[in-house]
Design a protein around this ligand. Structure first.
Ligand SMILES: Cc1cc2nc3c(=O)[nH]c(=O)nc-3n(C[C@H](O)[C@H](O)[C@H](O)COP(=O)(O)OP(=O)(O)OC[C@H]3O[C@@H](n4cnc5c(N)ncnc54)[C@H](O)[C@@H]3O)c2cc1C
Length: 393
């Protein structure tokens, strides 16, 4: 089976690893010049941690796991007004039992893969033609190839999805904000192991522990309308952050100081993707390209891993029947996708206060959420209703 994967993020790399383990050597085209570093802690909860274990990755993930002690809400002067220690929710609250930075998880996948796939960095799909028995692909470099299956794992703004399904606007819903993640030197007064969050008017400023104690991950959530001009323009994105973080308090001064030089700046609008179908002929969507729920859900990476495992399992369970495998993948994933797109706690409006009064209300709410009576509710917010089991392939 000749498989082309567009995008070497968590979804694309997890699928490449699964296929390689079953004797299929896929081709991966990644637009960036090298594997993209960066990203803060990602949660591997429930089915995703079971899948990581079945893929044989648990020892490597555990070795690089983060040991977050919990989340602390701080005011503009960095005084803690509420705490959610991890054990308060038995690892089922905002801090999950198994956490690793996105960059480290990507590294774990690529190390396990070795040379099991052909990677072409600085490459992307320019055009494709599906004739029913295969897909002819022209690459941006001018190269050409024919594949049995093309997997679009090229993220929220997937170019491959646009070629096979139509423009992004048809499937995307803007969720009223944007988020940015990047590495900063650990602020001198940061409490080791604690994720500190300062929700201010229009922006929530956070510092999260990194695997290296000398650095931390900045996490900035903004209320912001959709603005296509920001897309693909890191200078404009940084300038927006600079404006919104100025005078906000919390750890904003350290984040602002690190912003111009940070090595792994990431910024994107909060967008949900709803597709009528994950496949069109022999082109199929995987990860954010097919079912992005936005970083607000905390489920994007978990779903990318689960999606890759199921797609790989179905493709290799009945080799030769690609349409059947794609239909079964869609059926198996459906209940997981619905759940993974739910935003805990009411979305951007709850996470980023819109006024000074809302800041005061958010503070009171943080106190309530950490009360003994509310703990089962919070646990449920982050773990959802009973999770369907992913088949074992
Ligand atoms: C650098 C980075 C940091 C992130 N940090 C966080 C975070 O801290 N918290 C969080 O919740 N989520 C973060 N995300 C998003 C998160 O990784 C995804 O929601 C989730 O892991 C699903 O991954 P994905 O592989 O589907 O998409 P992505 O992680 O977006 O990966 C898509 C890959 O495809 C590549 N690509 C894009 N367009 C093309 C194209 N036309 N042709 C070829 N390749 C293309 C991209 O360079 C990228 O490597 C981050 C993503 C990136 C890329």
């Amino acid at each position: 089976m000749q498989v082309l994967i567009s995008g070497g993020g968590i979804a694309g790399n997890a699928l490449a690893l699964g296929l390689a383990a079953r004797g299929i050597r896929p081709t991966v085209v990644e637009r960036a010049a090298a594997p993209r570093p960066g990203g803060q802690a990602v949660d591997l909860r429930g089915q995703s941690s079971a899948v990581v274990e079945r893929m044989g990755l648990l020892p490597a993930v555990r070795e690089r796991r983060l040991h977050e002690r919990g989340m602390a809400y701080v005011d503009a002067r960095r005084r803690v007004y509420a705490r959610m220690p991890a054990e308060m929710f038995d690892g089922a609250g905002p801090v999950a039992e198994l956490e690793i930075t996105r960059g480290d998880l990507n590294d774990v996948l690529l190390t396990a893969l070795g040379d099991g796939a052909e990677y072409r960095y600085g490459e992307s799909i320019a055009a494709l033609h599906d004739d029913g028995s295969g897909v002819d692909v022209t690459f941006a470099s001018g190269l050409y190839g024919r594949y049995d299956l093309v997997v679009a794992a090229d993220g929220l703004h997937s170019g491959t999805r646009a070629l096979a399904f139509g423009p992004e606007e048809r499937f995307a819903t803007h969720l009223g904000g944007a988020m940015s993640f990047f590495t900063v030197p650990t602020p001198a007064d940061a409490e080791p192991g604690w994720f500190s969050l300062h929700p201010a008017v229009g922006v929530a400023v956070g510092i999260r522990p990194d695997a290296d104690p000398a650095t931390a991950k900045a996490i900035v959530t903004l209320r912001a309308p959709a603005d296509p001009a920001l897309r693909g323009d890191p200078a404009a994105q940084r300038e927006l952050l600079r404006q919104r973080l100025t005078g906000v308090g919390g750890h904003a001064p350290e984040i602002l100081a690190a912003l111009p030089e940070t090595p792994d700046f990431y910024f994107d609008e909060l967008v949900r993707v709803d597709m009528p179908s994950l496949s069109a002929g022999r082109v199929t969507l995987l990860g954010d390209a097919g079912y992005c729920g936005s970083p607000l859900t905390g489920m994007g990476t978990a779903m990318a891993v689960v999606g890759a495992y199921v797609l790989c399992g179905e493709l290799t369970a009945a080799p030769g029947d690609i349409p059947g495998a794609l239909a079964r993948t869609e059926r198996v994933l459906a209940p997981h996708l619905e759940r993974a797109k739910q935003v805990p706690g009411g979305g951007i409006r709850a996470m980023v206060p819109g006024s000074k009064t809302a800041v005061r209300l958010a503070r009171a709410a943080a106190g309530v959420m950490t009360s003994r009576a509310a703990r089962p509710l919070v646990r449920r917010m982050f773990t959802g209703a009973d999770e369907a089991a992913v088949p074992v392939y």
